[in-house]
Write a protein that binds this ligand. Sequence first.
Ligand code: NAD
Ligand code: IPM
Ligand code: MN
Length: 354
Amino acid sequence: MHKHIVLLPGDGIGPEVVSAAKRILDAVAGRLNLTLTYEEHLIGGCAMDAQGTALSQDTLHACQRADAVLLGAVGGPKWDDPAAPVRPEQGLLALRKGLGVFANLRPVRVYPTLVDASPLRAEKLQGVDLLVVRELTGGLYFGQPKGRFEENGRVRAVDTLEYWDYEIERILDLSFQLAQSRRGKLTLVDKANVLESSRLWRQIATDMASRYPQVTLETVLVDTAAMRLVSQPAAFDVIVTENMFGDILTDEAAVLSGSMGLLPSASLGKATPGLYEPIHGSAPDIAGQGIANPLGTILSVAMMLRYSFQLEQGARAVEQAVERALAEGCRTRDLGGSLTTAEMTDAVLQRLAF
Ligand code: NAD
Ligand code: IPM
Ligand code: MN
């Protein structure tokens, strides 16, 4: 089998974690009769510097033609001026929209050996295994109108929270299916006591629930959900939520696992290449030092093997190698250890077994 992958290392620690994850992909390919070819493109701040845009048409087209896309991170202090007309993050949003990857799967697991890395008490963390399905191409990030408008000498800044019924239906449908394949519980997180869009989500979810009798649907307001995520995290199975709530709740959920550097993601659509990226950002505070945790990106590669290439065996091999490395005490600095990015990657490579 041959697969063509576009690599988008991006900014900050992005290139460091993407080159680590590529080593894992190559090792898996060598074992599974998989031939991989790669092409690399710019995105984010580095693309703005070199090409004047955070995502060129050429790069987007290359991604649309690929079998899968692996992204590091975008952004950094160099491009952070709030008055700037272009921002690195716009490149990432345009890529997600351009690929139509509306479902962002962010699994959160607690590795038994890492309970000491989380500020939460061990008994709270027992049994935590949840999946956040974040809607990725709608909501506040994309709703129109958006922008600054001058009226009567005053400035008005506008973002619009908007969802079409079909956008809600497709992500809920996927979430019910995912819940059915797991422990059968789906939690819709919304703000239906205030937001009209949330009330539409609830209505569609409640109607759809009758098609999935094996799944129990519960609805939780986002403020309560934020609290429960740290007070009773093991009670969640699949959480589905709109774009911005999902962004915020998954950084919170990363605290359960012990580090931002651990969490992977897969962004999927219909008949489009999947986009795989860790949930963390460009980590400007540690960029260039070779100490970033590569596991979020390595686990994203496992998701690529599973969802884009249907290579469950390869995905499990990578996940088990990560589990073994952590169980045997391998730790980067964010987890209280001293391994470099390359050493942590070596540790995973050494434990890859088929
Ligand atoms: P961040 O996720 O980059 O960093 C938050 C903290 O977590 C930092 O202390 C950082 O050192 C640490 N951290 C993150 N990833 C790590 C890793 N792999 N290993 C070890 N430590 C890690 O968030 P931020 O500092 O708020 O944002 C920095 C920039 O990244 C901003 O420009 C933001 O817009 C951008 N960002 C990009 C993405 C993305 O590309 N998907 C995601 C989030 C933030
Ligand atoms: C993420 C990031 C992005 C988001 C930013 C960089 C646009 O925080 O992938 O979680 O908000 O989606
Ligand atoms: Mn985020």
